[in-house]
Write a protein that binds this ligand. Sequence first.
Ligand code: SAM
Length: 243
Amino acid sequence: THFGYKTVESEKKEELVADVFHSVASKYDIMNDVMSFGVHRLWKRFTIESAAARPGMKILDIAGGTGDLSAKFSQIVGDSGQVILADINDSMLKVGRDKLRNQGFVSNIRYVQANAEALPFPDNQFDIITIAFGLRNVTDKDAALRSMLRVLKPGGKLLILEFSKPTNEMMRKAYDFYSFKVIPKMGSMIANDSGSYEYLSESIRMHPDQDTLKQMMDEAGFDQTDYINMTNGVVALHRGYKF
Ligand code: SAM
């Protein structure tokens, strides 16, 4: 945004992202398992462990989609705590809500349609905020980081799980081949939708690398920022605190 007006490009990106997630929502979980060979479960498990949530905490899962992280957090925080699954896309929210309700998660999860760039919550609300595989879809990432900092409690922690830059050349080449040649093919075979999966690969390539994202977190005002590479940097978990 410039002076409060959205640029043509940013409006286009928002529409594109909306179309992609409306279109992949019903196939999202199975595609995740197939495309990552199930490894996204390990990346998420590590994120949950790093969050070190405790009973009674209030947790915001931004771009929560089909709710993998929210479900785990819901079990940990228990009835005295609360999890808010926020996502901009109503198709993804619906798939997530139906899935979690079928699994018996009811009492302590709320579902909120919200844009990460302008979170509709008061200041200093959450002990932990997570955003998993969501930040790369957000148009104004700096605005999103500032918004997250605002709603985090002092002492609270932000965890960003996202694709990043593979740490060695061989992995980088293999990964490029996989994401640009194989993933769109899988998308067309399994979900009959290669375009959406081309977008997803492209958005991974465009996303800031480990050090750039860490710097963006610093500039937004987070303290003690760091990151941990997983799977040779294919994915990184960034962490930061509000003090
Ligand atoms: N967190 C889930 C997971 O790890 O499986 C879902 C990740 S999915 C790849 C990305 C999600 O980001 C989609 O559900 C999409 O609707 C959501 N999203 C995209 N732009 C967003 C925005 N500006 N604010 C909030 N959510 C957004």
